[in-house]
Design a binder for this molecule. Structure first.
Ligand code: APR
Ligand code: PHB
Length: 385
């Protein structure tokens, strides 16, 4: 079994297969340090938390992760809480994707799972044949590896998705006309739970990594540059967009990371071609507003692990046959939720006054309706696998 990509989906798949006695090799283009230096989101659905425990990589998450039983939504500087526990009896875990990836690399070392870093020119040959082969260059030498299955866990910019012939592949995309300016600061979080704020000046999010490390986001025009945003300008703008009580409590400081990320929704179908299976960002991208990116990668991995387990242990290929359909069913629901949160909470440049009133009315409805809040809560903590 060959896994292309040493990010969260590739490593988690390798870990689960390894514990099931299924040998696998992970090929990663970058160094481990580079992969671990990426700043990524950090809200884990309850299903993700469960699977990390089952994979034997939950110990540090249990110790250092923060269980959140709700979030705050805010409109025009006034917030209200969505109580997951009360509405749907669930919660999420705030634990950085970087930390999860670090735990997975440690576990792979312990399991002595073979991992090659710095591979180049990865090519998948005969993915629709009984025995696909993968070629790559490592330390200046070309290698060919024959394998029974290939898992494409190589993200949006990887080779796997484009290995599926164009005439057999369909892509559905929505690019949003704004980005998120993220700032990481070694300051105490402004709130005990995340704040998603809608404001006429644009969206804002108050998140965290731990009690001494906060992560904030501002909606900015796509053509903005990080250099345009001093820390002070960031803090001033954030104060204007979040609830008044929060802006009074806000502790500011010097940022340790600042970057702008574009927002996009993308789904590639199918997620399987012959003996090639796509997982995570290799097959789909969500805007971060629903905190679904990592969790969708995890549910793909869960379905593929189950399918391969049935193949290797029971000689039953129904899971493999149904993998793409099963994974896509959950992917589209999470895409819908992420798109609806983005549409609800952001200011669109070409938005009419009527559309603004629709946003306000939807937020007012959410504030007043337990049924509406329960639907949001159910999607946010994660739909069942
Ligand atoms: N050969 C080998 N490795 C590759 C190649 C290639 N041709 N192309 C990309 N990679 C590696 C990247 O360097 C990266 O480490 O594949 C890995 C893909 O990891 P991610 O992009 O993190 O994707 P995934 O594991 O699916 O995780 C999805 O990441 O971007 C977030 O929001 C997203 O949280 C979600 C999560
Ligand atoms: C983050 O902590 O980086 C984060 C949290 C929730 C989101 C997006 C990002 O929806």
């Amino acid at each position: 079994m060959l896994i292309i990509g040493g990010g969260p989906s590739g490593l988690l798949l390798g870990q689960l297969l390894g514990r099931t006695g299924i040998d696998n090799l992970v090929l990663e283009r970058r160094s481990r340090e580079y992969v671990l230096a990426r700043i990524r989101a950090g809200v884990l659905e309850s299903g993700t938390v469960e699977l990390l425990r089952e994979a034997g990589v939950g110990a540090r998450m249990e110790r250092e992760g923060l269980i959140h039983a709700g979030i705050y939504l805010a409109a025009s500087n006034r917030g209200f809480r969505i109580d997951f526990e009360q509405l749907v009896g669930g919660s999420v875990m705030v634990y950085g994707q970087t930390e999860m990836t670090r735990d997975l690399y440690r576990a792979r070392d312990e399991m002595q799972g073979p991992t090659l870093h710095g591979v180049d020119e990865v090519r998948i040959h005969d993915a629709d044949a009984a025995l696909p082969r993968v070629s790559f260059v490592h330390h200046g030498r070309e290698h060919f590896v024959a394998c029974d299955f290939v898992a494409g866990c190589d993200g949006y910019h990887g080779v796997s998705r484009n290995t599926i012939p164009e005439e057999l592949r369909r892509e559905f995309e929505r690019v949003y006309p704004f980005g998120w300016l993220g700032l990481l600061s070694p300051t105490p979080p402004v709130s005990d739970e995340l704040i998603y704020a809608s404001h006429e000046r644009g969206f804002a999010l108050c998140s965290m990594r731990n009690p001494a490390l906060s992560r904030y986001y501002l909606q900015v025009p796509l053509d903005d540059r990080v250099e345009q945003w001093s820390d002070d300008a960031f803090w001033d703008e954030l104060r204007q967009r979040i609830p008044h009580d929060a802006s009074e409590r806000l502790v500011t400081g010097e940022s340790i990371e600042k970057s702008i990320a574009p927002l996009r929704s993308l789904v590639a179908e199918p997620m399987r071609w012959g003996n090639l299976f796509l997982c995570g960002d290799a097959a789909h991208i969500v805007p971060p507003t629903g905190a679904k990116g990592l969790n969708l990668a995890v549910s793909d991995v869960y379905y593929l692990w189950q399918a391969l387990k049935r193949h290797y242990l029971d000689g039953d290929d129904r899971g493999i046959e149904l993998y793409s359909e099963t994974a896509l069913a959950r992917v589209w629901k999470a895409e819908r939720f992420s798109w609806s949160m983005t549409r609800l909470l952001h200011r669109f440049p070409d938005q009419s006054e009527f559309e603004q009133r629709m946003q306000q009315a939807e937020l007012a409805y959410l504030e007043s309706s337990a049924a509406a809040q329960a639907s949001l809560a159910e999607n946010y903590i994660g739909l069942p696998f």
